[in-house]
Design a protein around this ligand. Structure first.
Ligand SMILES: Nc1ncnc2c1ncn2[C@@H]1O[C@H](COP(=O)(O)OP(=O)(O)O)[C@@H](O)[C@H]1O
Ligand SMILES: [Mg+2]
Length: 292
C-alpha cells in the first residue's frame, strides 16, 4: 500500500552512500522517563461560538507513537496545544501521568512544558542564527548550562537527526527536509519525555517525507519516547503509527492499529483515507524537486 521510498538519509543529503550507517547513533542517550501516558477526558473548547473540540476522549499510551489524523480545521493543532498546556479547555480533563494539567498554575505548567517538545508544522527556525544556535537556543534561554555543554548537546542531537557537521550552516542553505530535522533536533535538545509533531511531512516531496517518517520511527525505537504525530499524510500515518485515531469535527470518531484503520468500515474514515491517498499518489507523480 505504501509506494513511497523509505530510505533514511542520515547524512542530511540525498546521497545514498550515507544511508543506514551502522552505529551512527552509537552514543549513550539518557532519556528522563519513558513512562508518560496521557488521557484526555471529555475535552471541550470553543473560540467564541465556534465549538472546536467536542467532548473529545483519547488515550495516548506511553512509549508509543499515536497518530492523530483528520482534515484541515478538524482541531488537531488545537488539541496538541491543549496537551502542551498552551490552551485551556472550557471543560474536561487532560491527565498526564495521572495528574490533571488543566487544574495547574502557569508556574506548574512551565515545568510540564519543559518535558514536552513540539516540532512545528513549519520548522520555524530563526534565519539569522546558525543551525547550531537554533538547536541550542532553548538550552541557552534556560540558562543552566555553559556554552561548551550546550555545544556538546547540539552536536549530539544533530548527529541523532543525521545532520552531523551542519552546526555552522545557516537555515537558508538547507532543504525543507533538513529544516524539519533541525526542528526535531531543537526539540530533542530539551531532552523531552514527550514529542509532538505537527504535520511533520507537510510540504515535503515524497522522498524527503519518507526520510522524516524514518526519523520519527527511528527516534521512537531508540528513545522510547511517547510520540504524537498529527498528520493528514496517509503514508506517514500508517508508517509511523502504533495507534491511529481519526479526528472529525472535534471528536475522535475511531481509533485502532494501522491495520484496523486501514480496514475501517467507518465511511468518514474510509473517505478520508481514499481522498488523502489519492493526493499522495498525485504528489508522487509530480514530484522531483528537492523538499521545500
Ligand atoms: N486561537 C484561535 N482563535 C480562534 N479560532 C481558532 C484559534 N485556533 C484555532 N482556531 C480555529 O479552530 C479550528 C481548528 O483549528 P486547528 O486545530 O488549527 O485545525 P487543524 O486540524 O487543521 O490543525 C479552525 O477553525 C481554526 O480557525
Ligand atoms: Mg494544524
Amino acid at each position: 500500500m505504501n509506494g513511497r521510498q523509505r530510505t533514511l538519509c542520515l547524512s542530511g543529503s540525498n546521497d545514498n552512500k550515507h544511508r543506514c550507517l551502522p552505529g551512527i547513533f552509537g552514543f549513550v542517550y539518557m532519556n528522563k522517563s519513558n513512562n508518560v501516558e496521557i488521557e484526555i477526558l471529555n475535552l471541550n473548547k470553543s473560540f467564541r461560538d465556534n465549538h472546536i473540540l467536542k467532548n473529545l476522549n483519547l488515550k495516548i499510551p506511553s512509549g508509543k507513537t499515536t497518530v492523530i489524523m483528520g482534515g484541515s480545521g478538524a482541531g488537531k493543532t488545537v488539541l496538541l496545544k491543549h496537551i502542551m498546556g498552551l490552551l485551556k479547555p472550557d471543560s474536561g480533563k487532560i491527565l498526564i501521568k495521572g495528574e490533571d494539567i488543566t487544574a495547574k498554575t502557569e508556574r506548574e505548567l512551565d515545568k510540564l512544558r519543559s518535558s514536552f517538545a513540539m516540532v512545528f508544522q513549519f520548522a520555524a527556525l530563526l534565519n539569522s542564527l546558525t543551525v547550531g544556535q537554533n538547536v541550542g537556543l532553548g538550552l541557552k534561554e534556560r540558562g543552566e548550562l555553559t556554552q561548551k555543554e550546550i555545544n556538546k548537546i547540539v552536536d549530539e542531537k544533530l548527529r541523532l537527526v543525521g545532520l552531523d557537521g551542519k552546526q555552522h550552516v545557516m537555515p537558508g542553505e538547507l532543504s525543507g527536509g533538513m529544516k524539519k530535522r533541525v526542528g526535531v533536533a531543537r526539540a530533542l535538545a530539551m531532552n523531552p519525555e514527550v514529542i509532538l509533531y505537527d504535520e511533520p511531512t507537510a510540504g515535503l516531496d515524497p522522498f524527503m517525507a519518507g526520510n522524516v517518517d524514518e526519523l520519527i520511527l527511528d527516534l521512537k525505537n531508540r528513545l522510547k519516547m511517547t510520540s504524537i504525530v498529527v498528520t493528514h499524510d496517509m503514508n506517514s500515518a500508517f508508517y509511523v503509527g502504533d495507534r491511529i485515531c481519526m479526528l472529525h469535527e472535534g471528536r475522535v470518531i475511531e481509533e485502532g492499529t494501522p491495520e484496523e484503520i486501514q480496514n475501517s468500515t467507518n465511511h468518514i474514515t474510509r473517505q478520508f483515507i481514499t481522498r488523502h491517498s489519492v493526493q499522495n499518489t498525485a504528489r508522487v507523480s509530480d514530484s522531483g524537486s528537492g523538499g521545500k
